[in-house]
Ligand binder design. Sequence first.
Ligand code: B12
Ligand code: SF4
Length: 581
Amino acid sequence: MQHPPPVSHPLHPLATRARVLLSSVFGPYSQDDEYGSRKINPMELYQNQVTRLQGGFSLRMFHRSFGLMMIQANIDAPCTLLDFPTLERFRDEIRQQSYNVIGISGIIANVGKVAKMCELIRQYQPGATIVVGGHVANKEGLDQLIDADLIVRGEGIRWFQRYLGQDDQAPIKHPMALSGFGSRIMGVDLGDSPDRTAAILIPSVGCPLGCNFCSTSALFGGKGQFINFYETGDELFSVMCEIERTLKVRSFFVLDENFLLHRKRALRLLELMEASGKSWALSVFSSARVLKSYTMDQLLGLGIGFVWMGLEGEESAYDKLKGVDTLGLVQNLQANGIRVLGSSILGLEDHRPEEMGATIEYAVRHDTVFHQFMLYTPNPGTPLYEKHKMEGNLLPESQFPFADAHGQYRFNYRHPYIESGEEEIYLLDAFRRDFEANGPSLLRLIRVLLNGWQVQKLHSRRVRDRLAWEAAPLRSTYAGAVWAMKKYYHLNPRLQERAGRLLADIYAAFGWKTRLVAPLVGRYAYSRLKKEEERLAAGTTCEPTIFCEKNAAALALEIVPAAGRKADARQLTPMPEPAWH
Ligand code: B12
Ligand code: SF4
């Protein structure tokens, strides 16, 4: 569903001759600073909110600012994209280059950084128009907090096209990019090999289910609304073929809030994949009820190998969960090789201290490969925020800085039953319990991959191919990782037994070669893990690489590149992603 363009829309006088800079907010991220960086909130998904307490077993990985990449790919004006600059790098860019438009992308926790960047732009590029977009735009009163010319709420590609006088109905060009980079686990860098890397695929933004706390649904129109970049299965298939050809990938991380909800598009994609024999692997986000509406054959046929699914809480009132036995659903998916990332919310309105133990145990019982725990957080723009505002129980900025409202520390409102400060204890307890009960996510992931391998013979050749491809590292690297885990848990009989059983099953499936290789790889992995633990104990943190990418029009304008910046300026390079996606 396309949103109709607003009646009057700002237009830049230089149209596509305007020089554009797009930037994410500046780092370093994993430190406590005055601009809103927080040590517990690095620029890492898994470490932040999924494998947070898994120490050396935590998956470390970065993701690009895809919204900015999509905007850059669809504008004709000369455009430079700075991703993850430091404050100094950003300052250098605007001191040394001249821009007519500077676009900044941020989320609400980044308000302080966006404000600082606007201040610097006014100082060094007073003639530039400052445009701010992304989730931060939903912050009420933002125009009073930052010195921007235009604040854009919602979809930015079409907005920019209109602003630059381009055709805003043209087909959307998809950036050719991998979904993650700088991945590392157990102290081992997972490498940049394109054949084991998922490309990013963004078919739509928004979600029509409109759960009351959901920022992404709210930003793109809320309940009943969404924006498709690719309307049909045919369009999507053609983009996927192009990405496959360009990046030489066979897997896709589908960044669409509820990909399977667009049933017609998904089933047409399945038809096309079948007809052309594509055995791609897809990682998707899906709500439980939608997932349930597909047969296992359809899911496997679509190549679904990883699902990010909201479990919320046992008694949660969300429609997306109604009538779904999530414990059974997860078990069935994982028995068929589909890795599940379950997401649970702590601090729902009816959560009481005396029930938190049971709530956490219920979540842990799912034994999903990954488990995200987040605090129930009313974010500006959402119906939940409006409700709390009306009830007058939101905490003011003086008591609770925006930068801390990232869902991993404190509530930004007064909870009816949970005292301020207790919520972090529950959150950490949930991560700890999940880790203690189910072991490292990597161990669970390997088990589920083996499950997939074991059921592969039941399926068509196309599905078998994919399951075998996903399971291939079980023969060597993953077998070695399990060997190392078995050794690591010598003082924890339960987890040692779990690793031992898995190793025995891997040996039974793959035979003597794997038996020979596993201890060799395992000794190496074990020593890396121990070193990683030392690094972490010494306080080492991870920061993403700085990217500076110019589109063709910007490159054409470059006569002599400024000497000092040549090293980090490059063109849309693919990023690595973990070997096991
Ligand atoms: C990838 C991602 C990340 C990556 C970071 C990527 C990056 N380089 O910034 C990682 C994993 C590191 C991450 C971390 C966090 N994230 Co995050 N993340 C996402 C995620 C899943 C996808 C974003 C995306 O690429 N979407 C696809 C693109 C196409 O959409 P988009 O970014 O919204 O961009 C569109 C528009 O917003 C607009 N737009 C965007 N930028 C600009 C700029 C201009 C100038 C204009 C005009 C328009 C514009 O145009 C784009 C195209 O339509 C979203 C959820 C989601 N599905 O969107 C959460 C989300 C953005 N993250 C969120 C949060 C809270 C966090 C964390 C605080 C969570 C935590 N506790 O760890 C941290 C913060 C890290 C930090 N130190 O800043 C929230 C933001 C909530 C809010 N209201 O502010 C979201 C919405 C998730 C959620 N539902 O709660 N995140
Ligand atoms: S189903 Fe998920 S993506 Fe959709 S509105 Fe609810 S929380 Fe958001």
